[in-house]
Ligand binder design. Structure first.
Ligand code: ATP
Ligand code: MG
Length: 396
């Protein structure tokens, strides 16, 4: 039987005059993502997007398309539907056939009908009642439960056909990527920064990323881990241009010339300044980090103020109010957690001070920073920028 997906979008429906451009962005994104999987029509109608396969694909292809669509920001719910002709006999027959597995495993159900096509001869109450009766006679073990059914059978009668499903599933939510500008993600190999990238992408921000390595203090495996994390995030956020910048010289200079207590803070200021320069050169309007209030010495309120003071660009820290446990829950959902916990060193941990300052004052930090030629070291680091295009792969 022919299957299609009905995608519901949330907030973008509320965007007034912008609505059409948001919808167009979402459709374009879906079209691009699904093109690696098969040939699909993406049709916008009645505040829903319908994804229709152009060919008779097997379940693996449809499963992949469903997965990719449900990971596309801007779609809040998705419904996998069997298609029936717009006459009640066909609706009945297709519902019994299409929902056999779901109804076979259920004990209770109810039918909900939405009649978008007002020319259909039966009203929604009649369709629900008669379809319910047909289902009961085909699956005599079932009972109707209108309050807490195991399965909600949905029947949507629209302009071209009727769509039958065993209910909708929650999808990625958020807003289409690209609808809210572009941000530069400081991506380390940790748990938090991939989550921060995911959260901003969910709000429509396209991502570019920068990873600071300190070869040979950090290994090539540490770099590969970050590339893999970017690849995992790209399944949600789309392709990511990843900059790899060496901070080896900076770390060596810091440890030679500056007070150890300030190493991490000073390094963070370098990272922010370098990231800001790359961001400006690549049309990014903000920096994004995985910092969370109080998580480590460099993430106290005073330390974050010192970090912010190194740049003019807004710094978004979507994990700021989350507990580690909450960040881990999101990391698992994103699919990055298992990679993040692989044990490769990060450049921050190589030169970790024994007694980091938790309440640093900006003038003291700047005085310490002035022991080195900050701008020259930033320029030198920028010259090491190596670009890796992490292409999002959408395949079966
Ligand atoms: P994460 O789990 O994201 O690594 P963390 O708790 O280890 O975070 P820090 O190491 O202090 O925290 O880093 C704070 C933030 O600074 C990170 O979330 C990331 O955005 C950025 N950052 C740290 N190290 C690097 C790096 N080597 N390259 C790029 N960004 C980095
Ligand atoms: Mg880290």
């Amino acid at each position: 039987m022919k299957e299609i997906f009905l995608c519901k979008y949330g907030e973008i429906a509320l965007k007034g005059a912008n609505r059409a451009s948001f919808e167009a962005l979402l459709c374009r994104e879906l079209k691009y993502r699904l093109s690696g999987i098969g040939s699909f029509d993406i049709i916008r109608a009645q505040s829903t997007i319908r994804i229709e396969p152009r060919e008779d694909y097997d379940a693996a292809v449809l499963d992949a398309a469903y997965r990719v669509a449900s990971m596309t920001f801007g779609i809040i719910a998705i419904c996998r539907c069997g298609v029936a002709e717009k006459n009640f006999d066909d609706i009945k027959a297709k519902a019994v056939e299409y929902l056999a597995d779901a109804l076979g495993a259920a004990r209770t159900f109810k039918v909900e009908t939405k009649r978008a096509d007002k020319t259909f001869p039966m009203d929604s109450g009649e369709v629900s009642a008669q379809l319910g009766a047909a289902i009961l006679s085909a699956f005599p073990h079932l009972r109707v439960n209108v309050h807490t059914p195991d399965v909600v059978v949905k029947c949507e009668i629209r302009e071209r056909a009727a769509y039958i499903s065993a209910g909708q599933e929650k999808a990625a939510g958020g807003m289409p990527v690209g609808s809210n500008g572009k941000g530069m993600l400081l991506l380390s190999g940790g748990i938090d920064s991939p989550v921060a990238g995911y959260m901003m992408a969910k709000r429509g921000v396209k991502l570019e990323a920068v990873y600071f390595e300190a070869f040979p203090y950090t290994s090539i495996q540490a770099r590969e881990k970050v590339i893999e994390l970017a690849r995992i995030v790209s399944a949600w956020a789309g392709s990511i241009k990843l900059h790899v910048v060496s901070v080896t010289k900076i770390q060596e200079e810091l440890s030679r010339a500056c007070c150890e207590d300030y190493f991490t803070l000073l390094l963070r200021r370098y990272m922010m300044a370098i990231a800001e320069k790359i961001a400006l050169a690549n049309e990014c309007g903000a920096l994004i980090t995985g910092e969370s209030m109080g998580q480590v010495a460099s993430q106290t309120m005073q330390a974050l103020a010192v970090t912010d003071n190194a740049v003019d660009m807004p710094v978004f820290r979507p994990c700021i109010g989350l507990d580690k446990e909450e960040i881990v829950t999101i990391a698992r959902k994103v699919g990055s957690f298992e990679t993040s916990i692989l044990p490769y060193e990060d450049c921050c941990t190589v030169f970790t001070p024994r007694h980091p300052k938790t309440r640093p004052e900006i003038p003291t930090v700047i005085a310490e920073e002035q022991k080195l030629d900050f701008d020259a070291l930033v320029e030198e680091a920028l010259a090491t920028d190596e670009v890796i295009y992490v292409k999002a792969e959408f395949t079966v």
